[in-house]
Ligand binder design. Sequence first.
Ligand SMILES: [Zn+2]
Ligand SMILES: [Zn+2]
Length: 415
Amino acid sequence: MNIQIEQGCPQCGATIVLTENDRLITCSYCGVKNYLQSKGVFRYLLPPKLPAPLEGNYLMVPYIRFKGTIFMVSHKGITHKVVDTTQVASALPGLQPSLGLRPQAMKLQRLTAQLKAEYCVQSIASQAILAKAVQISELTTTSSSFFHRAYIGENLSIIYLPLVPEQEKIFDAVTRNTLMPRTQMQEPLLRQTVTFKPSWQVQSRASLCPHCGAGLEGESDTLVLHCINCRKAWTFGSLHTLKEVIWKVMAEVSSTAMYLPFWIIQGRIPSLGITHLTDFFQRTNQPVLPREHWRNLPMRFVIPGFKMRPKLFLQAGKQGTLNQWRIIEEKGRFDERLFYPVTLPASEALQSVKVILAACATSQKHIFPHLPQVALCDHQITLLYVPFQDRGHDWYQPELGIPIGKNILRFGRSM
Ligand SMILES: [Zn+2]
Ligand SMILES: [Zn+2]
């Protein structure tokens, strides 16, 4: 479930409520569009109800939130689980191990330098939290003998719980209740704090095309912004920059109703001897005779650029990858009424290559044991908008044989 965040418009200060997936925000008051970017993970706080201590600061306890799908490839096949958890990342005794449903029950705020606060040192690494997420997901039964594990569509963030440390008690500043008595044992940890770092603050930038300066278009939760003027597309780079995304459109089908984004990842897999499409069909034992010209087609993975339930994500990736030879690419013009937002970043699509490869294998024993050695070399990533027909309850791609339920797509927006 998505959490909601309340923040001020960077232009006029009006309150804007958005979800954690929103990157492009439009102020309904002044109309200004901004995109949000952060140097590391996004950081939020549960809004305190108790005032900060008169001579002192709030004590902020970090909880790491993980939301995403864990895929595991083992002798049992491909298993997966959607995980949404918030785990404590401070060693301070007496804290609750998880925030439970609290982040969903209230509107969170963003961290700012103005807050009178000291921050507990994060004593548990994010990786340890992920390992714990795997335990929670009950995928551990096979963990001793798995071939590959991937976290996909993963969203890591930090939510701070504000505490008010008094002489004898420590209060939860959100519920106003006593959280724990203050003891000698806690003192060293209570002193291990850091102050606010400027890099923690989320940055809002005017959403303008870096190439021509025109306004960028896209829905609030899209990771790819389009310039209608120069037709370039952009995604969030490191250090507050936008980087260009090369995009194309697959040739229309009869009565195209909308386009869904797919990442096309081209590359070689030397350990399996896969360079061309023919190699892939032979190596994964497809019951299809490769056509002559497939010898010249580079190997590509066709991976959904939007979040959806893991089973359907695998199916769509498998269908797209196996039927890639039917794709005819064209240069396209962005039409916001037709184009669905990109909600799975290219980096996550790249993470899912091994899982899609495993999903394509007709014989497990020829592919699964080799997965630890599989590496994709010389990879290139482009974005392809694929046309779908409207079949009532679902969208359908006839060339690739991909049906996607409309409710599945809606649910994916909140994953
Ligand atoms: Zn505004
Ligand atoms: Zn432009």
